[in-house]
Design a protein around this ligand. Structure first.
Ligand code: PLP
Ligand code: ZN
Length: 383
């Protein structure tokens, strides 16, 4: 069942709408959820997010569209003098964590019989949706900002998707895409927006399941989990996944979530700082962290609540901190895009200021590979 987060109206799971008639965002309520097996019960499962079938939306085997997403490694690093963990989620098949959510979203759309989709994206989600649509045999068009990095555009094109480049802000791109859906006379084209689609978020919960599965063996569940946030799918996915584990008795408590934004575009951070309950839109300026440059996050208030409920915090880091963290990670063999480097920047500041202590277990999620980052990275000469 699908339910509106704003007015509570209920819809069947195969509804063709992408938001409620009240314009509220939709949530998936999994009524078939079983208990997740203990780690030893998972050993022989597929090496992908689909090893957690009990807690994912119920789908027929033949509808599952997978490229082996998830099951990414965690490595240790010495960061500002302290040992920390980094989860290399940029090793997902299209080079970003988005594959987790997209695999679930596209599988669900395949089950619904959808043949043609559109999506708007700053790059990585578009590349991911294009890849999984190709695998599912769906027609796909991606709306992108006209300054999207050339490598991301080449990747989207390579998968066979059409590209519509839009001048303007990220919001303008989303609106152009939504207008195209409304004007599609056939009504056959589905708005497969990773930011609106509730099945995408279900896939993102696997971040938490994996961290738990890997850490439970060594009884090293992290005290802190650090994620970047634009629209906040990593943050909300991790929070809700950990909550599932607590509710199913697999974890005693949720790790403290550190949710990181770029100072130049930080609506969730501003609401957090002022102690407000709701996130209001901001007027963002440019940031090298192009993947989190979102001035009006759809589920921003939920993300803010997740930070508070986990006893964690929201931070904003400067362009200087982002650049120097990207360089520092690369010098340790880890090449990520600036959007991911915000996690390193936040960890650095929290270690330097004594919030994270030497014996704490801190894990940062590195979401996007450095190879296809924006012109900002290449031309700024930080590497
Ligand atoms: C999309 C993206 C993010 C941010 O995800 P949100 O859901 O917008 O918070 C972070 N890192 C990378 C590499 C991304 O592509
Ligand atoms: Zn509603």
């Amino acid at each position: 069942m699908i339910c509106c987060a704003r007015c509570g109206l209920e819809y069947p799971s195969d509804t063709k709408i992408w938001r409620c008639t009240c314009k509220g965002e939709l949530e998936y309520q999994n009524q078939h959820k079983d208990n997740i097996p203990p780690p030893e019960g998972l050993a022989l499962r597929p090496h992908s997010i689909w090893r957690y079938r009990e807690v994912l939306p119920r789908l027929e085997d033949e509808d599952i569209v997978t490229l082996g997403e998830g099951c990414t490694p965690c490595v240790t690093a010495k960061w500002h003098g302290f040992p920390v963990w980094f989860k290399l989620d940029f090793l997902c098949p299209t080079g970003s964590y988005k594959d987790r959510g997209v695999s679930v979203m596209i599988s669900h759309l395949k089950q619904m019989g959808v043949r043609s989709i559109v999506e708007d994206s700053s790059g990585n989600a578009g590349a991911s949706v294009a890849a999984y649509a190709a695998r599912a045999g769906m027609e796909c068009t991606i709306f992108v900002p006209s300054d999207t990095s050339p490598a991301k555009l080449a990747q989207i094109r390579a998968y066979g998707a059409k590209i519509k480049a839009i001048d303007g802000t990220r919001q303008d791109v989303a609106e152009a895409c939504q207008k195209a859906v409304e004007e599609d006379g056939s009504g056959e084209t589905f708005y497969a927006s990773h930011n609106w689609n509730p099945f995408f978020l279900e896939g993102m919960k696997t971040l938490a399941y994996e961290i738990w599965e890997e850490c439970a063996r060594s009884e090293m569940i992290p005290d802190w989990v650090v994620v970047p946030a634009g629209y906040g799918s990593c943050a909300l996915g991790a929070y809700r996944g950990f909550l599932d584990l607590v509710n199913q008795g697999r974890l005693s408590q949720i790790p403290k979530l550190i949710i990181v934004q770029a100072e130049n575009c930080a609506p969730i951070y501003h609401a957090y700082l002022r102690g407000e309950a709701r996130v209001a839109p901001v007027r963002g300026t440019g940031t090298a962290a192009e993947g989190i440059a979102c001035s009006n996050p759809i589920r921003g208030t939920e993300v803010l609540r997740a930070a508070r409920k986990s006893d964690g915090l929201v931070m904003a880091v400067s362009e200087e901190e982002i650049n120097s963290a990207a360089v520092k990670l690369a010098k340790d063999g880890i090449f990520v895009e600036p959007t991911s480097a915000v996690v390193g920047a936040a960890l650095g500041r929290l270690i330097d200021s004594g919030v994270i202590l030497e014996n704490d277990i801190a894990l940062g999620i590195l979401t996007g590979i450095g190879l296809k980052a924006g012109t900002l990275t290449h031309s700024s000469g930080i590497f």
